[in-house]
Write a protein that binds this ligand. Structure first.
Ligand code: SF4
Ligand code: SF4
Length: 167
């Protein structure tokens, strides 16, 4: 089963370290100083918003039956063997028609800085650790890269531990 970036909303501080790490990891320079000195405008593909009193990151869910793949008339949006949905590295080029932007239920596809192609989470930031840059950067463990069943198993144990610790 592929790993997913899962979110512990209760742990998010709203520090935006994930956004910065994502943008830097996708820059040509690969470092914050290099990107700034090179005049790059790296763009994040994970988005932290404040809703009421809560801070919440939102990222691509790499959906099964992904609407963005179905909507991509150019054929650029596709699923890779590891489950990642991306518009980069396939047989066809993104034509910036924005169909994927219009159908994504989470609003996590955006334009590049020049308006020439759609940008989304492509997990190309995993480097040798195999862990996405946003997850590595999060100081509170609000972002978890794990298989869904392993994650939910740990959440059940957390709940039971809390419920029974005072019995
Ligand atoms: S971009 Fe949106 S529709 Fe496409 S896989 Fe990600 S969450 Fe699903
Ligand atoms: S790095 Fe973690 S704590 Fe900071 S905004 Fe992102 S998810 Fe929230």
């Amino acid at each position: 089963m592929p790993k997913e970036v899962l979110i512990r909303y209760d742990r998010c501080l709203g520090c935006r370290s994930c956004q910065l790490a994502c943008a830097v990891a996708h820059s040509s320079a690969g470092s914050l100083f290099g990107a700034v000195l090179g005049g790059e405008k790296p763009r994040t593909r994970i988005f932290v918003h404040q809703v009421g009193g809560h801070k919440a990151p939102l990222n691509c869910r790499h959906c099964q039956d992904a609407p963005c793949v179905d909507a991509c008339i150019a054929g650029a949006m596709h699923r890779q063997e590891d489950g990642t949905v991306t518009n980069v590295g396939g047989d066809q080029q993104c034509t910036a028609c924005w169909m994927c932007v219009m159908v994504c239920p989470y609003g996590v596809i955006r334009s590049d800085a020049e308006g020439t192609m759609a940008l989304k989470c492509d997990r190309e930031c995993r480097e040798e650790t195999g862990i996405p840059a946003c997850v590595r950067a999060c100081p509170t463990g609000a972002l978890v890269y794990d298989e869904v069943d392993d994650y939910s198993g740990r959440r059940r144990l957390d709940v039971l531990h809390r419920a029974l610790s005072n019995v």
